[in-house]
Design a binder for this molecule. Structure first.
Ligand code: MSP
Length: 532
């Protein structure tokens, strides 16, 4: 289940998002998760490349632009800024942003297409079938709802197509794919999605069409320009183009030279087949190495209901982040929803979770402890050696093993578990303060015990901040600064400045370090009325 620990480079990508509309919470969810993984890898000192970008061709975009009276390119140029500004708002540290309308991408797509053509894996045929423009995908009749409505876009009808298309010999890769899934059982995760793919492949793979006619928003096939390359074929190759360094000349060889293949592709469950079947088969055909894993996360609902514009219940990620801040949004989605399963957003639960975990448990623990230190006449971390804290001290003994369990959880992409393990120790620390009653120790003049208790708690908060920093980097910064560090978890070189091997140990906080001013790190939010 874990990434290869010995690897010192790590490449990960989000899907490339459609620009038919501004980003929705689903795109934000995938991107936050990818950012957290990237940050965790950087924390460990690895050299990381995080890719994201936009998928700008195809009928869906073309029609949207037409409806808005814009050219497709103008439309894409307008929407793409909405993605980039949301990622900034959500504190996403991507390294490459690929737009599939980038001219450098066309070079890669042509070269790749040519390679498969020369291999004999592309041929001209007749495509008949039901096409969902919203999915940009042909559907089997049995997959559709009544009146050929799409099961994913339930208000959209699939359209009948009967046209000449170029096909990719996907069926040729049936056995190689089965071998891949067998030999690399972690290639598709989670397990439930892997099983879906295994049973789909088991039914026998059909060749898939990779060109369209009567549609010109995309790249033409060089030797047959009335055909436009299918948007999914084009978009998947965007993952390769993204790897070109800004100064590189566009070629497949240059693009795959350093970072390819990706360690992880993170996507939503609706686009799993393209990533777990088509993509590896395309790479096999091109003689390129395969990614480490494809993780298909679940779908979000709002107040228990499917989200949709027509239902009028979409969550606007910009509005949510502007009102609550990036750490709050990042924390809620990763802590409250088990990654891989479907999950729900409900604003009351959102506020309650943030208040309970970040304002009360974590924020208050730091604040009350720092205030006690000040009140008892100090401005520095109690000046003791951590070794004087008995090994069986509950916080020390739990703190010493915390990083290994949290690391395993991050590596398994079990973000909710990672957060929960840390929060459990924070809750134990609050209980520890109540039981040890430093105010009584102070009154009784038990200075040694008092210093031990306060040091132990501050060190536990530090450890928690370090381990939660991929999820809540701004709060972790605030905590580290109040503990007297000049740390920046938003610096991509954080793994060098605050080395993982050192900062995940218990007992790292230097006794005597001058403390910063105690400030509330996460002010309590006003509770919302319970939904009726
Ligand atoms: N353009 C394709 C991807 C091409 S990748 C080479 C695409 N784009 S998308 O914008 O429609 O979807 C982007 C991501 O958002 C997908 O991973 C999808 O699963 C995710 N989500 C869309 N709606 C969602 C929810 N309601 N909940 C969670 N994620 C969802 O598909």
């Amino acid at each position: 289940m874990s990434f290869n620990d010995k690897q010192i480079t790590f490449a990960i990508t989000t899907p490339l998002y459609y620009v038919n509309d501004l980003p929705h919470i689903g795109s934000a969810y995938t991107t936050i998760a990818v950012d957290v993984v990237s940050r965790f890898q950087r924390l460990q000192g690895k050299s990381v490349l995080m890719v994201t970008g936009t998928d700008e061709h195809g009928q869906k975009i073309q029609r949207t632009a037409e409806a808005l009276g814009r050219s497709p390119q103008e439309h894409c140029d307008q929407v793409v800024g909405g993605y980039q500004s949301l990622w900034e708002l959500l504190n996403i540290q991507y390294d490459r942003f690929i737009r599939t309308t980038d001219p450098r991408h066309e070079v890669i797509v042509r070269e790749f297409f040519q390679r498969l053509w020369e291999k004999g894996d592309i041929y001209l045929g007749q495509q008949k079938g039901w096409y969902c423009v919203a999915c940009e995908e042909f559907k089997e009749e049995r997959e559709l709802l009544s009146d050929h409505h799409c099961a994913i876009h339930t208000n959209k009808q699939a359209e009948w197509r009967d046209e000449e298309n170029y096909f990719f010999r996907l069926s040729k890769y049936q056995e190689s794919l089965e071998k891949l899934y067998r030999e690399q059982p972690n290639f598709i995760q989670p397990e439930s999605r892997r099983n879906e793919i295994l049973s789909f492949v088991d039914q026998g793979l059909q060749d898939s069409s990779i060109s369209r006619i009567n549609m010109d928003w995309g790249f033409p096939i060089p030797f047959d320009p009335k055909h436009t390359i299918y948007v999914w074929f084009d978009a998947l190759l965007g993952y390769i183009t993204a790897l070109l360094a800004p100064e590189d000349e566009s070629s497949l060889e240059n693009a795959v030279a350093q970072w390819f293949p990706f360690n992880v592709h993170m996507i939503g469950k609706d686009i799993l087949r393209f990533h777990a079947i088509t993509w590896p088969a395309m790479l096999m055909s091109a003689g390129l190495p395969l990614p480490g894993k494809i993780f298909g996360h679940g779908f979000l609902t709002k107040d228990g209901q499917k989200m949709g514009k027509s239902l009028g219940n979409v969550i606007d990620p910009v509005d949510l982040t502007q009102r609550y801040g990036s750490d709050a949004v990042r924390y809620y989605f990763l802590k409250e929803i088990e990654f891989g399963r479907d999950g729900d957003f409900n604003e009351t639960r959102f506020v309650n979770t943030l208040n309970a975990d970040l304002a009360n448990d974590l924020g208050n623990l730091l604040n009350r402890t720092l205030k006690m230190v000040l009140k008892y006449g100090e401005t520095q971390v109690p000046n003791i050696s951590p070794n004087v804290v008995p090994k069986d001290n509950i916080l020390r003994s739990k703190g010493e093993v915390l990083s290994s369990t949290v690391t395993q959880a991050y590596e398994a992409l079990a973000f909710s578990h990672a957060c929960e393990f840390v929060l459990a120790l924070i809750r134990a620390s609050n209980k520890f303060v109540d039981e040890q009653a430093p105010w009584t120790l102070h009154k009784q003049g038990k200075q040694t015990e008092l210093e031990q208790v306060l040091y132990t708690v501050l060190e536990t908060v530090r450890l928690a901040a370090y381990l939660l920093s991929p999820v809540i980097p701004n709060l972790s910064n605030a905590i580290y600064q109040q503990l007297g560090y000049t740390a920046d978890f938003n610096d991509k070189a954080v793994g060098q400045a605050l080395p993982f091997a050192e900062h995940t140990k218990w007992g790292v906080l230097p006794g005597g370090q001058l403390l910063g001013e105690p400030q509330s790190i996460f002010p309590r939010l006003d509770p919302l009325p319970e939904a009726s």
